[in-house]
Ligand binder design. Structure first.
Ligand code: ATP
Ligand code: MG
Length: 399
């Protein structure tokens, strides 16, 4: 039994001592049954949030109104959530009302798919009122209850179906898939941040190609920010393993997509990563040196670009692909990874030449940078200063 379940079992035991029931629930039970890696273990209980806070020594309130309290055991956080039902989804996304219940089955019933609606008790017996185990056996993703209703309640579930299809390499049950096709447009009511979370996971699944085909077939793609602007064929013929790389590759192919990037509301870091990757792939079309490629880009960007040119049908010559590979190898061996790594500061230069700051400082830095990179100058303050003194002449307004 996975260690997280053994530790989590102490929470179930404590709940029991106080007269409550607790179960492991959701993804961890599915993954345990499928003998897949377990990421985090969630617990569901009939204890109310205030009870949970009272019973356990270390807790964090992360969403009491939704019934969720984090309980820390040996510094490991467990999400403990009160059994709940949801009702009145008038806007295709959030329930109007969340109510607590003391029935495990009602809690399982509000969950999205049969495989995610299983619970496991303190003896590690699985409770499976909606046929999750059978569906896992048959590798089927099926909603709990009527798919039309469930997707009407929360349209994000359709995208979750595609993300689980990618992760588990399961197929979607025909009625569930038909309902996805019928309700795809409701995805437009879902907050883009929630969609990005699911898309991000989708691209990391082994079955991403099949999942993308499903998104086109059911027209989920046609109702997703940014992706809606990509032609179906262009979308299907890429082979990438991250959302960032999908976007970078598509933007490189079609610069007209860039104005739509902000629609995904990604973090600034992520947007920068995508743009840098797109720019680097573009740069490979001009003659560039390994050093230019390796030094000028973060490892993450080099790896992104390499994945894109390796996995996709590029007209690039082999040399260009090799250039990226060599740059990735060379990168850790470079004496400096950035101009700020140079052991020199502008004040020293001003003192040396008894001059005020200005553009000339930048020029000296560039010259030193080049020397350090080609291996002819050691990145040592004293040695650099000696070199500068011997090779740089300062004349006001000159450098
Ligand atoms: P993963 O291992 O990728 O985290 P997971 O099944 O744990 O998969 P989560 O998004 O962490 O997925 O959600 C936890 C559980 O909450 C799910 O297993 C499911 O039971 C329930 N759930 C999550 N989102 C929804 C939703 N939109 N509608 C209904 N149930 C949901
Ligand atoms: Mg989870």
């Amino acid at each position: 039994m996975h260690e997280l379940f053994l530790i989590g079992n102490r929470i179930l035991g404590t709940l029991e001592t106080y007269g409550y029931k607790g179960y492991f629930v959701g993804g961890c039970v599915r993954d345990h049954h499928m003998q897949r890696a377990i990421n985090d273990v969630d617990i569901t209980t009939d204890a109310l949030p205030d009870d949970i806070e009272r019973i356990f020594e270390r807790t964090v309130d992360v969403g009491k109104e939704h019934g969720t309290i984090i309980v820390l055991i040996d510094d490991i956080p467990f999400e403990v959530t009160t059994f709940r039902t949801e009702s009145g989804y008038s806007d295709f996304r959030r329930p109007d009302q969340v109510s607590f219940t003391n029935q495990l089955n009602s809690d399982l019933e509000r969950r999205d798919f049969t495989m995610n609606a299983m619970a496991m008790d303190e003896n590690f017996e699985i409770l499976d009122p909606y046929g999750g185990m059978k569906d896992i056996e048959e590798q089927v993703i099926r909603t709990v209850g009527c798919p039309e209703e469930r997707f009407n309640e929360d349209a994000l579930r359709m995208l979750r179906a595609a993300r689980f299809a990618a992760h588990l390499e399961f197929h979607v049950a025909p009625e569930t898939e038909n309902a996805m096709a019928a309700h795809a447009q409701n995805l437009e009511f879902v907050a883009v941040e929630r969609c990005v979370v699911e898309l991000d996971k989708l691209y990391r699944g082994a079955g991403v190609k099949a999942a993308k085909a499903l998104m086109v077939k059911t027209r989920l793609k046609a109702h997703l920010a940014f992706l809606e602007n990509i032609g179906d064929e262009d979308f299907l013929d890429t082979d990438v393993r991250s959302l960032e790389n999908e976007i970078a590759l598509q933007m490189w192919r079609n610069p007209g997509l860039e104005p739509h990037l902000h629609e995904l509301k990604l973090s600034n870091d992520m947007k920068r990563e995508i743009k840098d990757t797109t720019r680097l792939i573009g740069m490979l079309h001009r003659p560039s040196t390994i050093k230019e490629v390796a030094y000028g880009h973060d490892m993450k960007i080099l790896k992104n670009a390499s994945e894109i040119v390796e996995l996709n049908t590029f007209t690039e010559s082999k040399e260009k692909k090799d250039l990226l590979k060599s740059a990735i190898e060379l990168k850790p061996q470079l004496p400096i990874s950035d101009i700020s790594d140079i052991n020199l500061d502008g004040n020293m230069l001003m003192q040396l030449f008894n001059a005020r700051g200005g553009r000339w400082i930048r020029k000296v830095f560039s010259a030193v940078e080049e020397k350090i990179l080609d291996g002819s100058l050691k990145n040592d303050t004293k040695i650099i200063m000696e070199w500068v003194e011997a090779h740089v002449e300062y004349e006001a307004g000159d450098i």
